[in-house]
Design a binder for this molecule. Structure first.
Ligand code: ADP
Length: 419
């Protein structure tokens, strides 16, 4: 292994594995720390579900993953979080990055969630989602991590015990040597986390080249664009072309959505207009959880012969707010995640092998319920979302979609891609 990655959610892990695979690194995603032998790979992405858990737990899990990756040969560690910097003032990006710096006995790292292909750019430390500042984007309504400040230097400063700084676009544009010089200067000034501006993939390639000597890199999947070239230059990996198609699993498919992000809401609407679809009623779930789950599962099984169906909890911000006011933000989230995960497990028992899952937290719950231990990465379905195939038996084809990824037809495209 060359690159050891720790991802704070499962769809984020898949997104990163997708980028590394597309740039020529043989990459395996594991669900948590592998229990058995380390998979053979250039890069291993350990997927945690640590984005919204208490900061101390996120730190402990991330450190365990870091130690495992180092013990299995990782030469560089990558802490992956969302391209919209999903977090709260308590963490978990800052506390985890602080702890990893200490663990790796290093004084400086970067924080760069830019993902230009999906419209996430950073200018003067401010994160833009498409044409909007993060704080004006739909991310301000996220059910678990509402993002109301676009100034990432400020956001990270609230989460970290260390000084945060900025590498501005002017420097980034000047290329890799100028960026590396800025890293050294910031480190001298006592800055431990530098937000790095980036507007396009070329910037990420230069930032990647400038980061070749950093023991720790933190960011979104975009920043991984520049890393494989470093390992090729160092003759650690060969030049690889193309991504092999995944083995077919066949059988019926299902779409399960627990994401309330704007892109998912449009995907749910598009798919439900042409396919059987059922929504999960949070009220019914709270009153009679087992009966509600059983009835949704029975309905889903009935649909298997007639074509793909959709079960979703996804709802518009005002509905989500009402549910959260009644049941509590975290309780509502975990109640719905549990329901979707139980339905997925029931469908797997009924022979379903192709799953399209929308939502990072939701995917985490489903993949755990399906007892998936590791994923092989296949061709990309949409930017940030590859087709994947579980290792072990039976093999399951999965598309794990982070909330705001994919166009309106994503669910149909994903079912077509998972064969
Ligand atoms: P995304 O990738 O869009 O952020 P996630 O699955 O990570 O999606 O997070 C969405 C969260 O919202 C999950 O915890 C999910 O259970 C919760 N949720 C889904 N539907 C509702 C709803 N109708 N009301 C309240 N919470 C919901």
């Amino acid at each position: 292994m060359i690159l050891g990655c720790i991802a704070d959610d499962f769809t984020g892990a898949t997104d990163l594995a997708n980028t590394l695979t597309r740039r020529g690194m043989h990459t395996v995603q594991t669900i948590g720390i592998p229990k058995g032998a380390a998979p053979e790979a250039d890069a291993i992405v350990v997927a945690l579900k640590s984005r919204t858990i208490p900061a101390a737990e996120a730190v402990a899990q991330s450190l365990d993953a870091c130690r495992w990756l180092k013990a299995h040969g990782a030469k560089q560690i990558f802490f992956k979080y969302c391209s919209t910097f999903d977090s709260t003032d308590d963490g978990n990006i800052g506390p985890v990055a602080d702890a990893l710096l200490d663990e790796l006995k290093t004084n400086f790292t970067i924080a760069c969630p830019a993902f230009p292909e999906n419209g996430r750019t950073i200018y003067l430390g401010h994160l833009f989602v498409g044409g909007d500042l993060l704080s004006d984007s739909s991310m301000r309504h996220h059910p678990l991590t509402p993002m109301t400040d676009a100034n990432l230097v400020r956001v990270l400063a609230r989460q970290s015990k260390h000084k945060t700084g900025l590498v501005p676009y002017k420097t980034v544009k000047a290329g890799a040597p100028a960026i590396a010089e800025a890293f050294a200067m910031l480190e001298q000034q006592g800055v431990r986390h530098a937000i790095v501006d980036a507007l396009e993939d070329k910037d990420l390639e230069n930032i990647g080249a400038a980061s070749s000597g950093l023991p720790l890199i933190t960011g979104g999947s975009g920043i991984a664009i520049g890393l494989p070239a470093n390992y090729r230059v160092a003759r650690l990996i060969p030049k690889r072309e193309g991504i092999a198609a995944l083995t077919k699993v066949g059988g019926p498919g299902i779409v399960l959505s627990g994401s309330c992000s704007a892109a998912t809401l449009a995907q749910v609407e598009r798919f439900a207009a042409a396919h059987p679809a059922r929504s999960i009623d949070p009220e019914a779930l709270a009153t009679a959880p087992e009966a509600t789950i059983a009835s949704l599962l029975t309905w889903a099984k009935e649909q298997l012969t007639s074509g793909p169906a959709l079960i979703y909890a996804s709802a518009a911000p005002e509905k989500v707010a009402a549910v959260q006011a009644k049941f509590g933000r975290e309780q509502a989230g975990s109640m719905i995640e549990h329901a979707i995960a139980s339905i997925a497990a029931g469908l797997a028992q009924a022979g379903v092998r192709r799953f399209v899952i929308a939502g990072g937290e939701t995917s985490g719950a489903v993949v755990s319920a399906l007892k998936v231990e590791a994923l092989e990465i296949g061709p990309q379905i949409a930017p940030g979302v590859p087709a994947t195939l579980s290792y072990g038996f039976p093999r399951q084809a999965l598309a794990l979609k982070s909330g705001n990824f994919g166009g309106p037809d994503f669910f149909s495209q994903a079912l077509d891609a998972l064969q």
